[in-house]
Design a protein around this ligand. Structure first.
Ligand code: PEP
Ligand code: MN
Length: 353
């Protein structure tokens, strides 16, 4: 249920409502809009109705949330959630780009890739240290050694870092090194893992399972929020269909749909979404045009030599072109970006507003 306070409600009236709920051990979640305060309530509907909130001073009305996902729903929290990753804001006006290799392979590869990401305007570096590979014989990641290299890259470049956790027992370890925890497609419904990251005070990126419906995806996020961690962003990374030309089918309609159903930010990963580097740029532009709050792009200093996902990774030149071409799409839809000063330096590119 949500309690919509009147635009004229005083702080004392708002506090009074919160106190009445908290005294009965009912969980509340405050949403302070520009116009009014909305109080989200999680708890036994009967008990809440007995508290006669509707009659209290300053309360305009109460509304039940009909969807199965509550904390995640836009009804519960009408304003966009903006996640602050150490000063990098995801879910606001600005389009944020996350870039880096599929896997952390060695120091040279990571640091060179990190500088490509940084120079071309990404704010966050990606790199898998624990890799969920289809084959047990494929490169499985450097584990803690990889996380240490990510920390080193962060120190050198100033980029924030994101990396995946695949096992509940490693959640604290990964969280101690990264700025955003990634839950991969294969673990979207690993409920033990979701509950574990729900206990953290750290942003989480929840990728869509390869066969997950939108509702299953939103319910997976609900597991994390229900544990108390509200800093969750979604990542559309393509779903499995009958089509085999592409690795996955990127579901662009998921972007405006999830933005409508939920207040949480939506990122798009066109690298896994298509599996082909040549499709990454057009699909990135489409994702931004559809309302994505950011992109996650696989970028490698030498894609031909990559230990995983080379065919979908961009090299420096291709990533630079993508970032350059994105600017006009971003401006066309009235959003902003801050890709640094490389664009002005690029020969022949004019950045007139
Ligand atoms: C990844 O981003 O490294 C990854 C493994 O992607 P996904 O979980 O979407 O397959
Ligand atoms: Mn990958």
């Amino acid at each position: 249920m949500i309690i919509i306070m009147s635009t004229k409600a005083t702080t004392t009236e708002i506090d009074g409502v919160v106190k009445r709920l908290e005294d009965r051990k009912v969980g509340v979640h405050m949403s302070q809009g520009a116009e009014r305060t909305i109080i989200g309530v999680i708890g036994d509907r009967e008990l809440v109705s007995r508290l006669e909130i509707e009659g209290m001073e300053g309360v305009e009305r109460t509304v039940s949330i009909l969807q199965p996902f509550k904390l995640v729903s836009r009804e519960f929290h009408p304003e966009n959630t903006i996640i602050d990753v150490g000063g990098v804001k995801i879910g606001g006006e600005e389009i944020v780009v996350i870039a880096g290799p599929c896997a952390v392979e060695n120091e040279k590869q990571l640091i060179e890739s990190a500088w490509i990401a940084k120079t071309r305007g990404a704010k966050i570096l990606r790199g898998g240290a624990f890799k969920p590979r289809t084959s047990p014989y494929s490169f499985q990641g450097l584990e803690e050694e990889g996380l240490k290299l990510l920390s080193k890259a962060r120190e050198e470049t100033g980029l924030k870092v994101i990396s995946e956790v695949v096992n509940p027992r490693d959640v604290d370890l990964v969280a101690s090194y990264v700025d955003i925890i990634q839950i991969g497609a294969r673990n979207m419904q690993n409920f033990t893992l979701l509950r574990e990251v729900g206990k953290l005070d750290k942003p989480v990126m929840l990728k869509r399972g390869m066969s997950a419906t939108i509702e299953e995806w939103l319910m997976a996020a609900e597991y994390i929020l229900a544990e108390g961690n509200h800093q969750v962003m979604f990542c559309e990374r393509g779903i499995r269909t009958f089509e085999t030309y592409t690795r996955n089918t990127m579901d662009i309609s998921a972007v405006p749909l999830v933005k409508r159903l939920s207040h949480l930010p939506v990122i798009v990963d066109p690298s896994h979404g298509t599996g082909k580097w040549s499709l990454v740029s057009p699909m990135s532009k489409a994702a931004v045009a559809a309302g994505a709050d950011g992109l996650m792009i696989e970028v490698h200093n030498n894609p031909q030599k990559a230990l995983s996902d080379g065919p979908q990774s961009l090299n420096d030149d291709n990533f630079a072109s993508l970032m350059q071409e994105l600017v006009s799409v971003i401006h066309a839809i009235g959003r902003t970006c801050d890709f640094g000063d490389f664009l002005e330096k690029e020969k022949g590119f004019c950045c007139e507003e």
